[in-house]
Design a protein around this ligand. Structure first.
Ligand code: ARG
Length: 473
């Protein structure tokens, strides 16, 4: 067989010559789908065992094939395997080596199977494992947040809307907002696993097969809940990859918002947090600088993850059923998004775990900008029976006066406040302090330290419950 012009040994029966070099270059996926080697071999072992069990091949043949496949697995893991572009993809690289190792019996492995269901199995197994890795990483991130939130359940900071100081909140409460987001990310991950947990093996090229295969057997052997139900859908479907990418994109977007906040908080102007040396960089020219590069890169890499989602949606949108080679483009998108997200989650966990929080700076900022104005309005409703709209108006006048005098609301003398509204008495000062403002917001999900602590306890319980459930699965 001459190197370039020989027809393909897997499908070359009707071909007089081999592919052009450019054809080979555009067609081959081995440079990236070699990542699927372990899943490919696992899938083949399960398929061979099923072929023997159903009498499609003999037990003797299965033994030879399984031995060869296990040899290949260790060759690849030792770095002793030569991947060839001429053999296109991981499936044909493994099968060709199998033929070298065990002879013609290797040719029986592909009975009742096509690369279309084979790649479906391999890729689903890989995506499922990645989703499990993301779930674990998110759990670690949530735990890091719970620790920091507990530390700062009562540390006041300005809460923002429009990035303008709005009402005081606690830093713990702000962190718990992200815990909610990461919790939803986790539940999306679990849903995605639930939906992809069906085994494609046996759908064959697209129509199923006439061989008496046992799809339930291979599904169970590979840890899937059940086999897929429609052979055409099976080899056409990449929802599971899209769902991974959209889950990743949403999670990355959450990480990016937090990264942006960390960038803002760590500026000398805000000074709310100081990143550890381990998670920041210096400037080669300005010695005073400490830059939040990890946060900036988390923010930036979100673009990359979101781009992969858009890329695969676009690949899939025009494809007639069933398999088309377009679908080979699914892998690089998913692999790169996965690698990127894993790194983002690890960096965020490290960064948040050891950043220094400047309670003083946050407290000072929390009191600025008349942040307790809503508390004054609420007090007027409660104590003086004003309708909220009127209370809002009265408070507005107090804010204008304080602004004129360049002081905080709590520094306005009682006489002045009484002139604005006669019903105001000295009890009002208790709500004008930031600490009291925060303490008063005891509504379910509110920012009162006691409520934040309750949320933290509930999350700890939830994590424990999820862990036990996972163990019993
Ligand atoms: N490398 C291919 C892919 O990733 C495997 C499936 C090839 N199937 C085919 N009919 N050419 O999509």
């Amino acid at each position: 067989m001459s190197e370039n012009k020989a027809s393909n040994r897997m499908w070359g029966g009707r071909f007089a010559s081999g592919p052009d070099a450019v054809m080979e270059a555009i067609n081959a996926s081995i440079s990236f789908d070699r990542k699927l080697y372990a899943q490919d071999i696992r899938g083949s072992l399960a398929h061979a065992a099923m072929l023997a069990q159903t009498g499609i091949i003999s037990a003797e043949e299965e033994k030879k094939i399984a031995h060869g496949l296990n040899t290949i697995l260790s060759e690849i893991e030792r770095g002793d395997f030569t991947f060839s572009t001429r053999l296109e993809d991981i499936h044909m690289n493994v099968e060709a080596r199998l033929a070298e190792l065990v002879g013609p019996v290797a040719g029986k492995l592909h009975t009742a199977r096509s690369r279309n269901d084979q790649v479906g199995v391999d890729f689903r197994l890989w995506v499922k494992e990645e989703l499990q890795r993301v779930d674990a990483a998110l759990t670690g991130l949530i735990e890091a947040f719970l620790t920091r939130a507990e530390e700062h359940a009562a540390s006041v900071m300005p809460g923002f809307t429009h990035l303008q100081a709005a009402q005081p909140v606690t830093f713990g409460h702000h962190l718990m907002a992200y815990v909610e987001m990461f919790g939803r990310d986790r539940s999306r991950v679990c849903d995605a696993i639930e939906r992809l947990d069906e085994c494609p093996l046996g759908a064959a090229a697209l129509a199923g097969t006439g061989f008496p295969i046992d799809r339930h057997m291979t599904a169970a052997a590979l840890g899937f809940r059940e086999p897929t139900r429609n052979s055409i859908d099976t080899v056409s479907d990449r929802d599971f990859a899209l769902e991974f990418l959209s889950t990743a994109a949403i999670c990355a977007t959450h990480l990016s918002r937090l990264a942006e906040e960390i960038v803002i908080w760590s500026t000398p102007q805000f000074g709310f947090v100081r990143l550890s040396d381990a998670f920041s960089t210096g400037s080669s020219i300005m010695p005073q600088k400490k830059n939040p590069d990890a946060a900036e890169l988390i923010r930036a890499k979100t673009g990359r993850v979101n781009g992969h989602l858009m890329a695969l949606l676009t690949v899939m949108k025009g494809l007639p059923l069933a398999y088309s080679k377009d679908m080979q483009e699914d892998k690089e998108a998913v692999f790169d998004a996965a690698e990127t997200l894993d790194l983002m989650l690890a960096a965020m966990t490290g960064m948040v775990g050891d950043m220094d929080v400047n309670k003083q700076a946050m407290k000072k900022a929390a009191g600025a900008g008349f942040s307790t104005a809503t508390d004054l309005a609420d007090w007027l409703v409660r104590e003086a029976g004003l309708p909220f709209r009127e209370a809002h108006h009265v408070t507005g006048r107090a804010v204008a006066l304080a602004e004129e005098r360049k002081c905080g609301l709590e520094k306005l003398p009682l006489e002045t406040l009484k002139q604005i509204h006669p019903a105001i008495h000295d009890g009002v000062y208790s709500v004008l302090s930031v600490a009291n403002s925060v303490k008063s917001r005891t509504s379910y999900g509110g920012t009162a330290p006691a409520e934040v602590r309750r949320q933290i306890r509930a999350w700890r319980k939830r994590l424990k419950r999820d862990a036990t459930r996972a163990k019993n699965r």
